[in-house]
Design a protein around this ligand. Sequence first.
Ligand SMILES: Nc1nc2c(ncn2[C@@H]2O[C@H](COP(=O)(O)OP(=O)(O)O)[C@@H](O)[C@H]2O)c(=O)[nH]1
Ligand SMILES: [Mg+2]
Ligand SMILES: [Zn+2]
Length: 316
Amino acid sequence: MAGKDRRPIAPGPVATSEAKPGLVISHLGKGLAVEADDGRILLCHTRRRLGGIAVGDRVLWIPCEGDQGRVEEILPRRSLLARPGYGGKLRYVAANLDRVYVVIAPRPEPDWLLVDQYLAVCQHRGIAAEILLNKADLPESDGAVQKALDDYRHIGYPVETVSAKSGLGLDRLHRQLAEHCSMLAGQSGVGKSSLTNALLPERNLRIGEISAKSGLGRHTTTTATLYHVPSGGDLIDSPGVAVFGLAQIDERELPAGYREFQPFLDRCRFNDCRHVDDKGCAVRDATESGSVSAERYRRYLKLRERLVSGTEPDYD
Ligand SMILES: Nc1nc2c(ncn2[C@@H]2O[C@H](COP(=O)(O)OP(=O)(O)O)[C@@H](O)[C@H]2O)c(=O)[nH]1
Ligand SMILES: [Mg+2]
Ligand SMILES: [Zn+2]
């Protein structure tokens, strides 16, 4: 092979350029923070042909000058979440996620449309989802929010109660995080940062370490960062609410993101049924007979409208 013929005979850079596995833990101003297998963090550049790289990506990298490296290959992903970026371009947010915790609280009042959007995207990307009701120490957490949550329990979503303040439910959460890669998502004010701090007592140390080792000055907390949970598992902390939007779904794919619609989808009279006001729509019939939650269906219509008109709100 031609490539083989060109190899230098003497041991030179090639001998040290064996690609090594690494894990992308954050985006930095000038490159990626990649954690090598020995725990070392280095600044890596990337090749344009590789396309977007997300936090959580497993990569192969080769050493370059200084303490830096270059990403040569992205290893196959289990999952990928993206968000709409500037100029309509997709921006990758997190790769290889196993589970998203959709965090809500009795205060601020839950934005159920946002909850449904997260759940639909997870369903679509094959990522497990669980609802975490935080601030269980507040008396309102036994009120109306519980009734609304019944819709989700009924269709098989796990709903767990926690309190970042009192520590309730955090042991269970720690156990569940082990050996998985997870992320917290939810509207502003529900307690994502408080939960993250409770789960990752050494988070600030880690941020300092990333800044120092990458030689780029302060690592900002405004970009997604992957942390190892001391008791096992990884947590991707992604600031901002629009961590994953509907960018990866179009209106024809949205119904499949509603898991309770699935038994009805191929019973509609027309196979291009939009499940809106179409004749013989089995999803609507199921809503009218009470098999599908009227609230969830109403929000489906709203989310669909957003997709069709391209008016996804800018949450950030
Ligand atoms: N009562 C109570 N307040 C909490 C709890 N978790 C967070 N908070 C408060 O809720 C507010 C928003 O929390 P924060 O973690 O910043 O939410 P984020 O916007 O989702 O990151 C802060 O004032 C927190 O002190 C909790 O479990 N119980
Ligand atoms: Mg926060
Ligand atoms: Zn239909």
